[in-house]
Design a protein around this ligand. Sequence first.
Ligand code: PEP
Length: 263
Amino acid sequence: LVSRENHVSRSVVSVAGVPIGGDHMTLIAGPCAVETPEQTLAAALMAKAAGASLLRGGAYKPRTSPYAFQGLGETGLKILSDVRAETGLPIVTEVVDAADVELVASYADMLQIGTRNMQNFALLQAAGEAGRPVMLKRGMSSTIEEWLMAAEYIAQRGNLDIVLCERGIRTFEKATRNTLDISAVPVAQRLSHLPVIVDPSHSGGKRDLVLPLSRAAIAVGADGIIVDVHPEPETALCDGPQALVGADLDELARVVATLPAML
Ligand code: PEP
């Protein structure tokens, strides 16, 4: 179902009217985690000013340590919904448990399935039945074939509104949090009709890598990028070192607005 075979053209996924795929370079931006109404609104306004057309933000955070901030749950979803009403930006937010899919889908415009859950088949199937577009991040240790098969689980339940997101994979390299597999973009676009976007924030894990990795993603033909922004990265409860703010975000906005047309 997600294979390029039998599909003459690549798909465009509409998220509450915002297209991902086709001729568009879609910018998705927002805080890694929803922390407070003020922080989420400030991040959303930053994202919008930078040209983002969708707001990201996690209310359910799958953290490596059980002692790390786990997200605000439904309170976070309500904050996102209020911020959507104020800014007009549709919401992309992660769901980590099949039992929460209906609840998260009642607030979200797009469901995000994170790297740690790429092969959580019950979650994929539930997301396939939720009536919302799904962003499927690549498992950090998954092959492209496994990633596409995970997408197939969603599609099999009747939902073809799937966007693939390359977010870096595990390699022997320790200088970056993950190794952005830039070749996965054209490969997945060749094998599948689904749009493919890149997350330079979670792949590099460092603010100063977000811009070069974004340039690479745009140059290689990604259909969009998803980046973390935070009004005060030094106080962020999750992934502050990779969040953009100030001049770095302004520069990203400039690159996203101008680079695609130069290629
Ligand atoms: C995220 O985007 O908030 C996230 C946790 O990403 P990943 O699943 O790629 O680690």
